[in-house]
Structure formats: C-alpha cells, structure tokens
Design a protein around this ligand. Structure first.
Ligand code: FAD
Ligand code: EPU
Length: 340
C-alpha cells in the first residue's frame, strides 16, 4: 500500500475542481482495508473516502488523507430459479455493473443505468432515477468500522434508507468504509416504465410492448439521460445539486394558488415533493453564468463548472440560489452534493 503525497484530485472529481490531497491511498482489497484501518488512527486525522467523485464539491484542499476505494469483484452469494444475490466490490463502476446485470438478464437495476460513480457510494444516498431507488434491491451493506477496523454488516432496514438518504449520510456519517454491497436481482423481470419519459422514449425507439426487455429499458434511460444531463467529461458537474424539497399539504395549497403550473408529486405518506429544477428555473437562474461557474442551460438543478471555477465559487452560488428560492417560494432547499 503506497501513500502518495500532494496528490492532485483534479481528475478524481466530476465537477473538475482543482484541489490537492496532502496524502492519498488507493485501497484494493478488503484485507488491505482492514490492515489500513487497524494501523491508522483516523480519529485524529482528517480523511475523505472517495469513490468516483461524482457527488462531491471540493471547496478546499484536503489537509489529511484521501482514501480511494478500489475494491473490485462480483461474486454470487445465493441463487435459485427466480433470484440471484450478488456481492459487488465497492470500487466497481456503477454503470458497468448495471450493464453486467443487463447482459446476464438480472433485472432490477436497469432504470438506474448511466448514473456515474461506484457501487460503494450507491447506498450512501440511496441513488435513484426513473422510478427506482437502489434500496429496493440492496439486501446488505458490508463495511469496516473506521474507529476499530472491525467488519460490520447492515441489513436493508438497518440502513434507514430514504429519499437520497441513509444512515451513512446521517447518523453514521464518516464512521464506515463500505467494502461491498449485496443486491438481490430478479431472473423474471418486472418492468418499471411508469416514469412518463421512459414510455415516450420506448415509443421513439420503436419498442413494442411484446418486445420490452431490461436492455430496451436500459437503452431508453441512457438516451433520456444523455439528452438531459451534462456529460461531466465535457462540463464539470455533480448531477442534481439540491434534493427535491418535500413540503406540507398546507404549504403546497398556498403555492399552487400562486404558481398554477408548478409540478408537484403527492407522497403516499403525506406532503408533496416539488421539482427543485422548476423552482430554480422560475426564480430566473437557468443558464446563469458568472466567470466559470453557473447553472446548466437545460437542467436548472445542475450547477456547473465551465472550466476554472473554484469549489468556493460554486458553493457561494448555491448559497445565493438557496436564499432566492426561500425568498420567492418560502421553500428551503437542501444540498444533495457532499460539500468538503
Ligand atoms: P463520491 O462522490 O466519490 O462520494 C460520495 C459520498 O460518499 C462522499 O461523502 C464519500 O465520502 C462517500 N463514499 C463514497 N464511497 C464510499 C465508501 N466506499 N464507503 C464510505 N463512504 C463512501 N445520483 C442519483 O441518485 N441519481 C441520479 O440520477 C444521478 N445522476 C447523476 C448524474 C450526473 C451527471 C452526475 C455527475 C451525478 C449524478 N448522481 C446521481 C450523483 C452521483 O452519481 C451518485 O451519488 C453516486 O452514487 C456517487 O458515487 P461516487 O462513487 O462518485 O461517490
Ligand atoms: N424542471 C424544470 N426546469 C428545469 C429542470 C426540471 O421545470 O430546469 C421540471 C421538469 O419539467 C419536470 C420536473 O422539473 O417537470 C422534474 O425534472 P426531471 O424529470 O428532469 O427530474 P429532476 O427532479 O430534476 C430527479 C433526480 C435525478 C434523476 C431524475 C430522474 C433529484 C434531486 N434528482 O431530477 O437525480 O436522475 O429525477 O429520475 O431527485 C441526482 O440525484 O444527481 C440526479 C440527477
């Protein structure tokens, strides 16, 4: 295990922010992780665990050590005629893993195609898209407790998954190094095409109902995402910068009177989820640019780095947006991206 010093993180975060880590290590196996966490007292040292760097905003250099999780491997844990349970190394690329499932006809994750980042971060914020959240497929999260180096397992309910949230982002933040995730996938697919845009894309692709397959859904999701979201290789970003806010029915009724076209989704357990992208667009921010920081021209929920923006500039822009949405709508936005 080699510790590098003064390591550039420029290529390791999809925002393309220029920053350095005082120290950097790549961990490539569970055994190496156990040795590392046993030998290093990270309680007294600043550290950052890194996956694919696609949900981070680096506002400064990392004074301590960046620990990149590169633990690979896909193994079968259980299998019967209907299901398969796979243990997947945290360092596997998410989209490559989804494609592996599509190729093998293991259904469940196809709606989550083309989400950047690695498998280990997928439970962190319970990644979701196009009507599916990863919590529906996760049976277990395997992790090392950073303080002790002990291996711990969390079953699905212990993870306390919620919309863009889990214990790893709340009460257990910074306490565990996720090494692998178990997914229970279906051999006989239940297609999920309820999200309007998927049906339209399938029609456009000429996929008849009889020809529906997890590959067709994965292809449709890829096409929609490519048409809507900026490619981080071309323009720095971390996907949705804010979560879609959840408000009470009373607040929703007040807003709906003033903003008749405002999209909103009634939640099964009460309240409404609003589209933060709509709020930000309607507060006049869509396509905003100052120096190299701004708001994407096609998707107002995505803050962008046109080249040389600093993390601090993007953070300050997010503060201005928070303030303006609160002033115009009386709604408090919450950041989805992890600010370092
Ligand atoms: P990183 O950015 O490296 O890390 C994210 C957080 O998790 C950090 O706090 C980090 O410390 C922690 N972490 C990472 N790995 C581990 C580990 N092994 N153990 C413990 N902690 C860890 N997200 C969605 O939910 N849905 C989307 O549709 C979506 N679309 C996106 C589109 C674009 C263009 C981009 C750039 C991002 C999008 N995202 C989306 C956000 C992002 O891709 C996901 O949150 C992804 O899971 C982050 O993975 P990562 O490996 O890059 O995590
Ligand atoms: N909208 C606008 N203006 C905009 C953007 C969106 O009016 O600039 C409106 C759209 O017209 C639509 C609504 O907002 O009525 C929702 O937009 P969209 O379907 O694009 O989805 P989103 O709410 O902006 C969420 C997730 C995405 C996920 C997509 C698809 C969050 C915070 N974001 O975006 O996840 O890919 O749905 O399921 O929940 C991410 O988390 O990084 C991410 C990209």
């Amino acid at each position: 295990m080699k510790i590098e010093t003064n390591k550039s993180l420029d290529q390791l975060n999809t925002f393309g922010i220029k920053a350095k880590a005082a120290e950097f290590i790549s961990i490539e196996s569970k055994a190496a992780a156990a040795v590392f966490f046993n030998e290093n007292d990270l309680e007294r040292k600043k550290f950052l665990i890194l996956g694919g760097g696609s949900n981070l905003l680096l506002t400064k250099d990392v004074e301590g050590i960046v620990i990149q999780n590169n633990i690979k491997g896909i193994i079968t844990v259980e299998e019967d005629d209907h299901h398969i349970v796979l243990e997947v190394g945290a360092g596997e690329n998410w989209h490559q893993f989804v494609l592996y499932c599509v190729e093998n006809n293991y259904a469940g994750l196809e709606n989550l195609s083309l989400i950047p980042g690695n498998v280990g971060a997928s439970p962190m914020q319970n990644i979701g898209a196009y009507g599916v959240e990863v919590k529906e497929l996760i049976t277990k999260v395997l992790a090392l407790e950073i303080e002790t180096g002990n291996l711990v397992e969390f079953n699905n309910s212990e993870c306390d998954f919620d919309y863009r949230s889990s214990i790893f982002k709340t009460s257990h933040k910074g306490k565990y190094f996720i090494t692998a995730v178990h997914f229970r996938l279906n051999k006989s697919p239940k297609f999920n095409i309820e999200y309007g845009a998927i049906k339209q894309q399938l029609e456009k692709d000429g996929v008849a109902e009889n020809d529906l397959s997890i590959r067709a859904i994965s292809d449709a999701v890829i096409a929609i995402r490519q048409s809507k979201l900026p490619d981080p290789k071309k323009i720095g970003n971390s996907g949705s910068f804010f979560k879609n806010p959840i408000i009470t029915e009373e607040k929703f009724n007040q807003l709906k009177k003033r903003f008749k076209s405002m999209p909103a989704y009634k939640l099964p357990h009460g309240g409404y989820k609003l589209a933060a992208g709509w709020l930000i667009e309607n507060a006049g921010w869509k396509g905003f640019r100052e120096k190299d920081y701004g708001v994407h021209k096609n998707q107002a929920l995505v803050l962008v780095n046109h080249g040389n923006a600093t993390g601090e500039e993007i953070f300050n822009l997010s503060e201005r947006i928070l303030y303006s949405i609160n002033k115009k709508f009386g709604v408090e936005l919450e950041r989805e991206v992890n600010v370092i």
